[in-house]
Design a protein. Structure first.
Length: 416
């Protein structure tokens, strides 16, 4: 097992504090020797009987046996079959993998438990991230749990308060920088280059991907098989490639014999990965001023775009952009029909699925999993901005009945 450059294949030792290739600047990924994962699975057979969680899959994670785990019991999130939403969309089997059920309310916790555990293993004293919100909340909670100092760099005025409040409450040193997420990440990269005791936990860190790949493992275990399609929101583009990595590893170990098609979804105002996929995946045109109500995926220069495009292409999948109106409509439909309240970015797969069914890409009898990456309470401001406020009336039953249009439809209840 080692770290290997995605671009030039240069290898590095696993205990090297490094985020990109020294030779070419490419992203790194954890690579296992052929047969290593299956050997681990057979040697540590007890994992099969453990309850669902990120750490259930410890034989497939690059953490030393003697390491003390930094955990808040992440993973094991629900895979919800949707009957009413499926009928509304005209599809037979739609599942929602609700990552908002993680400890800090998003999928980021999967990667953070591994990355913060690794930070302590490597002797770091401080963890840092640039964030549009969810990463900051997760870093702050897990950093607190692990007894590490916490630094969060955010773009001024671009982070939902539901996420920022979590970081502040967990004691992070939160600093706003003028600009967008991409500017914040540039600052963080420079800072960690100068100060080796500060450990970067953004998805450019290959250990983040190792935690997030467990979403793919878990999905298969819950379904008892492989879906036909997996649809995932794309921001910095690490999650879709992480899920794909997990699925590839399960196939290599013989736990599954086929793979789903992967769909990456972005908002129209922030869609560089979709544009790169549609142009053949050779290059990307970054968006200088990304704008969308889906703050979690409002990223104009995604660092993991090549991995994301590879996942979509290798799987025979596709990429889709959706409008803010379509996202908000999907968010409302999921909540009203299924009682699942997710943040706008998490609703983008539903919006994309609706279009993919209509254009015939996804057949109505296929099995689809949409990944909802974060809880709706992450971005409560959206509700006050785009949804109708509650009606106010006097505290009198007549006034309430009038609102509910019950004046002429009183029900007589007979005592039994």
């Amino acid at each position: 097992m080692n770290l290997k450059c995605f671009e030039c294949s240069k290898a590095y030792e696993l205990d090297t504090i490094i985020y990109t290739c020294i030779d070419c600047g490419g992203l790194l990924e954890v690579v296992y020797e052929k047969g290593e994962l299956l050997a681990n699975a057979e040697k540590e057979e007890a994992w099969k009987g453990l309850p669902l969680s990120v750490w259930k899959y410890y034989p497939f994670l690059p953490i030393g046996k003697g390491s003390s785990r930094v955990t808040l019991n992440e993973g094991g999130t629900g895979l919800h079959i949707t009957e009413k939403l499926s009928a509304f969309l005209g599809i037979s089997r739609l599942y929602i993998k609700n990552e908002g059920e993680n400890p800090t309310g998003s999928f980021k916790d999967r990667g953070m438990t591994i990355t913060v555990t690794k930070a302590r293993e490597l002797g770091a004293s401080t963890v840092i991230c640039a964030s549009t919100g969810n990463t900051s909340a997760s870093l702050s909670a897990y950093g607190a749990r692990g007894g590490l100092k916490r630094i969060v760099i955010i773009p001024t005025g671009k982070v939902a308060y539901g996420k920022l409040s979590q970081a502040m409450m967990c004691g992070a040193n939160v600093i706003q920088v003028q600009g967008n997420f991409d500017n914040a990440l540039e600052v963080v990269m420079e800072l960690t280059g100068r100060h080796t005791d500060i450990y970067l936990v953004n998805s450019i860190n290959p250990f983040r991907i190792e935690g997030q790949k467990t979403l793919g493992y878990e999905m298969v275990d819950q379904l008892g098989g492989v879906p036909d399609w997996v649809i995932i929101p794309v921001g910095n583009a690490g999650n879709i490639s992480a899920v794909w990595k997990g699925l590839l590893e399960f196939r290599e170990m013989g736990f599954i014999d086929r793979l789903p098609r992967m769909v990456g979804v972005q908002a129209e105002g922030s869609s560089p990965v979709v544009d790169a996929f549609e142009s053949g995946g050779k290059r990307i045109e970054n968006v200088k001023r990304p704008e969308t109500v889906a703050t979690a995926i409002r990223i104009g220069a995604p660092v993991s775009w090549k991995k994301a495009v590879r996942a979509m292409m290798d799987s025979g999948g596709t990429a889709m952009k959706v409008s803010d109106d379509e996202i908000l409509e999907a968010q409302g439909s999921l909540a009203r029909l299924e009682g699942l309240f997710v943040e706008p970015a998490s609703a983008s797969p539903i919006a994309a699925l609706k279009k993919l069914i209509r254009n015939g890409t996804i057949a109505r009898d296929e099995r689809v999993v949409c990944v909802a990456t974060g809880h709706g309470l992450k971005d409560p401001d959206i509700i006050s901005r785009f949804y109708e406020k509650p009606i106010e009336v006097p505290a009198k039953i007549d006034a309430i009945e009038e609102i509910l249009e019950l004046k002429e439809k009183k029900t007589i209840v007979a005592a039994i």
